[in-house]
Design a protein around this ligand. Sequence first.
Ligand SMILES: Cc1cc2nc3c(=O)[nH]c(=O)nc-3n(C[C@H](O)[C@H](O)[C@H](O)COP(=O)(O)OP(=O)(O)OC[C@H]3O[C@@H](n4cnc5c(N)ncnc54)[C@H](O)[C@@H]3O)c2cc1C
Length: 188
Amino acid sequence: MATQAHPRIVEESGAPVGQVDPPTFREAMAHWASGVTVVTVRLGDAIHGMTATSFSSVSIEPPLVLVCVLRSSRTHDIIARTGRFAINILGAEQRALAEQFAGRRPPDDQVDTQLAWQTGRYGAPLIQGATAHVECLVDTTYEAGTHTIVVGRVQAAVVDARKQPLLYWGRDFQRLEAAPIAGVRSKG
Ligand SMILES: Cc1cc2nc3c(=O)[nH]c(=O)nc-3n(C[C@H](O)[C@H](O)[C@H](O)COP(=O)(O)OP(=O)(O)OC[C@H]3O[C@@H](n4cnc5c(N)ncnc54)[C@H](O)[C@@H]3O)c2cc1C
């Protein structure tokens, strides 16, 4: 018996019923404020980096973080091959680096021709001048749409508490204007 094809029901926007359309989704996500990181990896003598805002702390004991990495990116390939990566949390003065490691050309007066690297305790390439670095071993990976959620077990973390963070909000880089909201501070 021939099977009957069911018509695909779509919203006016063209998106399947029950699924947001891409422009609306992007617009909603533009309202999410985050810090800015560069994921760095090493393959032999080659050092590579990629700007990422999908970074998050996951667990304290054990110490776990996550970052979502586009499966077609070079960074994804190197993480899959080496099982290692580092997260560099950028400072407010490092916008040009964020542009550079996203494959965008920063304004000419901001191109960093003197990009300085240091080697972490466990051998990861770290960007000098970041507010914090964490070196990770891949713990678990989960495929999710076009990306892989990479969960890293943190081996080492280094902080430069003097620096302010670079932020990303409203499709642009921002800096913190410290204006604490009055209220009861939670303990812990
Ligand atoms: C604000 C923002 C947030 C983003 N968040 C994410 C995210 O969470 N996850 C995600 O998957 N993508 C994210 N992206 C997109 C991602 O940064 C780009 O797709 C990136 O180009 C992918 O990198 P790649 O590994 O394919 O390497 P490439 O595109 O080959 O490299 C990226 C760029 O980094 C520079 N670069 C790399 N290594 C070095 C080096 N050793 N020295 C100097 N320069 C170097 C190169 O100039 C190159 O143009 C984000 C982009 C932006 C702007």
